[in-house]
Design a protein around this ligand. Structure first.
Ligand code: ATP
Length: 350
């Protein structure tokens, strides 16, 4: 398997950068996710790696070979698309065999390699079935087999689970993870779903507006976000933009909170990111606690999500569904404190 490096890769459409100065170093055998909201340039980045788009500038290097200007066929990559992109008039076997036959491989070798690929995705029993008779999950497994059968250096996934229902998404996600671990193939996986990125990937690049904002392991990104966008996108943090005083007081309008010294930053504009699970229900009168009104309560099983209003700001809070949380109703007053390990202060605005 091979390492994949991108150096200052940029792509514009109609004068607007879809991908802007992206640098990435993806290790051999790594499961690497590209995560970001719709329109941030994820698919364009993947298509640049695959060779379906041509970079305006920058370079792409695979296993020491500069492939920036290579035809997609010569890049030794397999791609799995959101919509499976199978040939509907063909059987499972024919779909998986197609890439090998177009490389003029002998019948016997084609048969052996298709069998290994279909085995890997547990689809051997459906080898002769026509594609339209398969479920969405089965079609996606065939699409994975079709990519694997070419024994690519790199496997590329573009939101492969988007068309599956929730239960199938979870099981197919687990299968993809197992398959990747067993095959050891370097993998780049594009998704807008933070849960998918966090559970699958060894490392994640978080993108916004064509720019990579942070690269790290899921834990690094979650526990030490380097900017407000990453804190909001991965941890669902509440983002408050305001002013920080030299004495460590953060203020947004009427909302005022005293920061611990560990969170002091240079005075001026700042963004306070509060993770929903870092806002803790407290008894009235506990030192440092702040009052708030409960606006909404959503019971979600082991946890309960609250929307609270405090001094003019609205905050999302996640608490375990213990007896205290279960008795909460809209309109009630609660008191909260902040777990500062789950709160971040970033100089400047978002
Ligand atoms: P989504 O999750 O919605 O698929 P994405 O993060 O994958 O979004 P891209 O599809 O890479 O984002 O698009 C990034 C930007 O580039 C968008 O503004 C999009 O409109 C634009 N774009 C992408 N492909 C083209 C194209 N072929 N021509 C013109 N603009 C394009």
């Amino acid at each position: 398997m091979a390492t994949l490096s991108l150096h200052q890769v940029t792509k514009q459409f109609r004068g607007r950068a879809a991908v802007c100065g992206v640098d990435l170093d993806i290790a051999s055998g790594e499961f690497f996710a590209v995560l970001g909201p719709s329109g941030c340039g994820k698919t364009t980045l993947l298509r640049l790696i695959a060779g379906y788009e041509k970079a305006d500038s920058g370079s792409i290097v695979l296993g020491g070979r500069d492939i920036t200007h290579c035809h997609p066929r010569d890049r030794e990559m397999g791609m799995v698309f959101q919509n499976y992109a199978l040939f509907p008039q063909m059987t499972v076997f024919e779909n998986v065999a197609f890439g090998l036959e177009s490389r003029h491989m002998g019948d016997r070798e084609v048969r052996d390699r298709v069998k290994v690929a279909l085995d890997a995705v547990h689809m051997t029993q459906k080898t002769a079935d026509p594609v339209p008779t398969l479920s969405g999950g089965e079609q996606q497994r065939v699409a994975v087999a079709r990519a694997l059968v070419l024994r690519p250096q790199v496997l590329l996934f573009d939101e492969p689970l988007s068309n599956l229902d929730a239960a199938l998404r979870t099981s197919t996600r687990e299968e993809i993870k197992t398959l990747q671990r067993e095959s050891g193939v370097t993998t780049v996986y594009v998704t807008h779903d933070q849960g998918e990125g966090m559970t699958l990937a060894d490392r994640i690049a978080v993108m916004r507006d064509g720019v990579v904002r942070q690269v790290g392991t899921p834990r690094e990104l979650y526990e030490a976000p380097e900017d407000p966008f990453v804190a909001g996108f991965l941890g669902g943090a509440n983002l408050l933009e305001g002013l920080l005083s030299a004495e460590g007081i953060f203020q947004q309008g009427a909302f005022r909170i005293v920061l611990p010294p560990s969170h002091y930053r240079p005075p001026g504009r700042a963004t306070l990111a509060l993770k929903p699970e870092g806002i803790l229900l407290a008894g009235e009168g506990i030192p440092g606690s702040v009052p708030a009104r409960v606006d909404a309560v959503e019971y979600m099983g082991w946890m309960t999500t609250l929307r609270i209003a405090s001094q003019g700001v609205s905050l999302r809070v996640i608490v375990p569904s213990l007896s205290g949380a279960l008795s909460l109703r809209p309109g009630m007053t609660i008191w909260f404190t902040i777990d500062w390990e789950k709160a971040f202060v970033f100089p400047g605005g978002e």
